[in-house]
Design a protein around this ligand. Structure first.
Ligand code: G3H
Ligand code: 13P
Ligand code: ZN
Length: 331
């Protein structure tokens, strides 16, 4: 089965009230953990590589790891560039065999974002590749994504129609209160529920609904959508780690988003936490081990467990692989 574009995935997800998980990959065990889970649940999946991942692993390694996953798991997989910073990076991924690229022009002016996105769309569409664009800015810090909370702002619904029609993009990432990383909210921004768990402010579903009204049927993408699952944070902290006040997006809010026009949900921090939890736990339990296979495998197992949980509880994409494959030839 070849790598596929996200078009058929998003059509089915929109109609079916679910979302496709877009998981960041940086090495073999992460690819295996994610695709092992998706194959077990007959779910489609998007594997995405950031510019930082391409620098770390070498883009060719990532492309071949994803192709290997396709060979061993009979599910629809799209290979996507996450947060493409410029035309050259998007072009390089398209030339490398990616089936989808994101051009992240969210920090440019509205006009410049349109011009630069359009340039990427023209090259991508000429090569049968789809493009995700972004309007509005999320807060958060990763290798190549660094926006302070003061500079983050919600997407303006009144801009989306013009942006989508002028750029020709295929999906749109929006800002409605999610942010990148494992520390999305400060404890003082949250309230405590009856169980004493910190609950952050609700996502701006009103903004999402306005956007949906302006561009009905158009696939929306949520970045910064890790829920920072307490189980993995606790394992890390119980095994020598120090992650204080890590707070993510509550899963019930993500499930609500997945039932709407949100067709793609981006998850990276949760994978990092699961992998780290498995490795830390193993090292503390087995200080005598030094074979990387012994300590990386538990990280891979936790990633698989996490992705199974996401597909079942948050995304709702279980069992949708055959319907998507049946549609693929039309797109
Ligand atoms: O949104 C960004 C992703 O989490 C990728 O992070 O640039 O550190 O690979 P990275
Ligand atoms: P998280 O940091 O919430 O996992 O977001 C990942 C992301 O948006 C990748 O583009
Ligand atoms: Zn992102």
């Amino acid at each position: 089965m070849p790598l596929i574009k996200t078009t058929a995935m998003f059509k089915k997800a929109y109609e079916g009230g679910f979302a496709i998980g877009a998981f960041n990959v940086n090495n073999m065990e992460i690819v295996q953990g994610i695709t092992g889970a998706a194959a077990e649940l007959n779910s489609p999946v998007i594997l995405q590589c950031s510019a930082g991942a391409r620098k770390y692993a070498n883009s060719r390694y990532l492309v071949h790891l994803v192709r290997a996953a396709l060979e061993v798991s009979d599910i629809p997989i799209a290979l996507h560039l996450d947060h493409g910073p410029d035309y050259a990076t998007c072009k390089s991924c398209i030339d490398d065999g990616f089936t989808s690229v994101m051009f992240d022009g969210s920090h440019y002016s509205f006009k410049e974002n349109i011009e630069k996105t359009k340039e990427v769309v023209e090259y991508a569409h000429a090569h049968n590749v789809v493009v995700e664009a972004e309007l509005g800015q999320l807060a958060g810090v990763e290798d190549d994504v660094n926006v302070s909370a003061e500079n983050a702002h919600y997407t303006k619904p009144e801009e989306v129609e013009e942006f989508v029609s002028k750029t020709g993009c295929d999906s749109l990432a929006i800002a409605i209160g999610t942010s990148h990383g494992a520390f999305k909210f400060k404890p003082e921004q949250c309230t405590r529920n009856a169980d004493g768990v910190l609950v952050p402010p609700e996502l701006r579903f009103d903004v999402l609904a306005e956007i949906e009204k302006k561009i009905p049927g158009f696939p929306i993408v949520l970045h910064g959508a890790s829920s920072v699952i307490p189980k993995y944070v606790k394992i890390i902290n119980d095994n020598g780690g120090k992650l204080d006040d890590a707070i993510g997006i509550p899963e019930d809010q993500l499930r609500k988003a997945a039932k709407s026009a949100v067709c793609k949900i981006n998850i990276d921090s949760d994978l990092r936490l699961a992998m780290t939890a498995g490795i830390r736990e193993h090292f503390i339990a087995h200080p005598e081990h030094f074979d990387p296979r012994q300590y990386i495998a538990p990280g891979r197992d936790y990633i698989k467990e996490l992705v199974i949980h996401k597909i079942k509880t948050v995304l709702g994409s279980e069992g949708s692989a055959p319907g998507i494959m049946a549609l693929v030839n039309e797109y």
